[in-house]
Design a protein around this ligand. Structure first.
Ligand code: HEM
Length: 277
């Protein structure tokens, strides 16, 4: 059954035979995500990977990302950053747990700090002071962006009711989130280009490239890419790389706390203790 309520078509697949047709035989026809307002706006009209429809562009961006951003070599090059941040997190938990007033450790908060700091360091080489104003700005940008992206917009289903989104203030919130994020990406790019211009050859050779360097390199060497493509990719990394890791760690820890036998088996304490000196 196929229903077209508004911009988002709804397809109901009600038999195993049809499910195979949709999910296997005709997969390339059906695998693109629906174009939802929030995602479209924040991904510069789907110039990223996550929301780009299945196309040659998506294939090319994935190939480039696998080769340059998510290669084993690149992942290993960030190992010292991961070890440093995990060490800091464990030290923080230890200090909180052994303080005389026995404070309760909010694991969600600690893990959110960890994931956000890791993304900032690997994506653009900055370690914000966890309670500083720049970090608060980044957290707010991410929170507002994610909320605007995941929000429910009536116009996604009934285009003739788009005035409802305007009246409720949702469109204004989406626009503001987009503008603030766009300004943030632009500042990151301008700062980096400026720094690169002042760098000596020797410094260039010595420095490990972060994700922003890789993306800028791609833009400089490809006449097909615009800065909007690079900003859309940055959005993917910030949005896809924070909440996902946070939720995974929190759920894993919750499951382990509920299963002390398994907790013992994975020997997580010993493993961390031997890595963090
Ligand atoms: C534990 C952490 C993570 C989980 C559970 C997770 C999960 C997922 C899932 C379920 C998808 C959708 C796949 C699909 O629908 O085909 C996805 C896509 C994606 N993720 Fe992650 N992710 C995690 C971490 C990350 C990180 C750290 C980054 C970037 C730094 C990232 C970047 C992406 C991108 C770019 C896509 C889109 C890929 C595409 O459409 O081809 N993810 N992730």
């Amino acid at each position: 059954m196929h229903m077209k309520l508004g911009p988002v078509p709804v397809l109901v697949v009600s038999s195993a035979k049809l499910a195979k047709e949709v999910l296997k035989t005709q997969d390339s026809v059906f695998c693109s995500r629906p174009k939802l307002l929030g995602q479209q706006k924040l991904s510069y009209n789907c110039l990223d990977i996550a929301f780009s429809p299945y196309s040659d562009y998506w294939k090319e961006m994935r190939k480039v990302s696998v080769l340059h951003l998510f290669s084993l070599k690149k992942a290993q090059s960030f190992r010292p950053v991961r070890e440093d941040e995990i060490g800091r997190m464990v030290a923080k938990i230890q200090a909180l747990a052994s303080s005389s007033d026995r404070v309760v450790v909010d694991l969600s908060e600690v893990v959110t700090d960890l994931a956000t700091t890791l993304i900032c360091r690997t994506a653009f080489g900055t370690r914000y002071d966890e309670r500083g104003s720049e970090r608060r700005r980044f957290d707010k940008l991410l929170r507002d962006g994610q909320a605007a992206m995941a929000d429910f917009y009536v116009s996604d289903y009934y285009s003739w009711l788009s005035w409802v989104d305007k009246l409720s203030g949702k469109l204004a919130r989406l626009d503001a989130a987009f503008k603030n994020l766009d300004l943030f990406y632009q500042e990151l790019i301008d700062d980096r280009l400026d720094r690169n211009r002042r760098k000596t050859m020797e410094e260039e050779e010595q420095e490990e490239e972060d994700i922003l360097d890789v993306l800028i390199g791609l833009k400089v060497h490809s006449s097909d890419l615009t800065w909007d493509h690079i900003k859309a990719m940055l959005m993917d990394i910030f949005v896809a790389g924070t909440d996902t890791s946070i939720a995974s760690i929190i759920w894993t820890m919750t499951a382990l706390i509920k299963a002390p036998d398994v907790m013992k088996k994975v020997e997580i304490r010993e493993l961390i203790a031997s890595n963090v000196k």
